[in-house]
Ligand binder design. Sequence first.
Ligand code: NAI
Length: 327
Amino acid sequence: MQVTVYNCRPFDEKELFVDYARELGMELVLCNDAPDLNNVSLCRGSKCVDVITSKIDAPLIEAFHEQGVEYITTRTIGYDHIDLEAAKKCGIKVGNAPYGPNGVADYTVMLILMSIRRMNAILGRTNLQDYTLMGLNGRELRDLTVGVIGTGRIGATVIRDLSGFGCRILAYDLYEKEEVKQYASYVPLTEIWKEADVITLHTPLTEDNHHLINQETIAQMKDGVILVNTARGALIDSDAFIDAIEAGKIGAAGLDVVENEFGLYYYDHKSDILKNRELALLRSFPNVTVSHHMAFYTRNYVETVVKDSLMSCKLYMEGRENPWEVA
Ligand code: NAI
């Protein structure tokens, strides 16, 4: 029972893969790189391949098929990087590896707290031994109204966590969830724009909500509103957002995701000239905390996706019911 694992990170995944494979009685071929037509021969003898978010397009899928691959598992929740149509044509099944919402929810609460307490500016000064107070006065969460947009797995967890801080919580989703109502009141979006001191985004990016935060919606928000985004960058129109930061309309922000981040993150670009001007501007503001799409990245996440992706291969190869199979 052999699995070929691509994009295997030597610093946090490799040891776990080796341990779990031993436990499950599997053999592994480990490759640090993303799969491509040059290294596809590493799959020979493996019915299953284990990947992350690199593009798995039709030519690569056909090449997998020629090597005898029958099942692709991705160590991510999303699987839109895999050409499902091509996989179906080749008779290849696809599985994902969902992980719990707590890591992203914790990170969101952290960004909210960092934003209301001006932590980016505080750390900037502390690092320069500037121990002054002026301009660093924060706010207390219990005095604020937080608007949560998207009350799925992550949004609902953020709401539950925030309830402990004693703040007023407003929620918006296309579908209301009973369990959320014990902590938050569902209201129309216009009410969130009008009432919220802090707005946090937790919806997937769709055609309908692309640039949900734009010039028009920002204009309806409170002066000094704080925005937190751990969902997808393109939910926010960066130009309108930067204008609003410069005008002081937006008081602070915590952004784990930005528009056009694709291809940038998880590589060392410190000597490169980057073309993402929005990111450069956002990073320059003392009241904006920017991180590089990190919210998911916890020990629990790594253990879960490594273990579940291997388990899913095992279930596939044994012809057993497989809860991770998605297509
Ligand atoms: P989920 O699918 O459990 O919840 C999404 C919720 O958004 C659902 O309740 C859905 O009804 C709602 N929704 C969809 N379209 C909407 C719209 N136009 N307006 C209002 N509500 C809408 O997803 P989950 O697991 O809570 O993840 C939320 C988002 O967080 C993901 O889609 C992803 O973009 C992002 N994410 C970010 C990570 C990070 O590391 N920064 C890691 C994992 C997810």
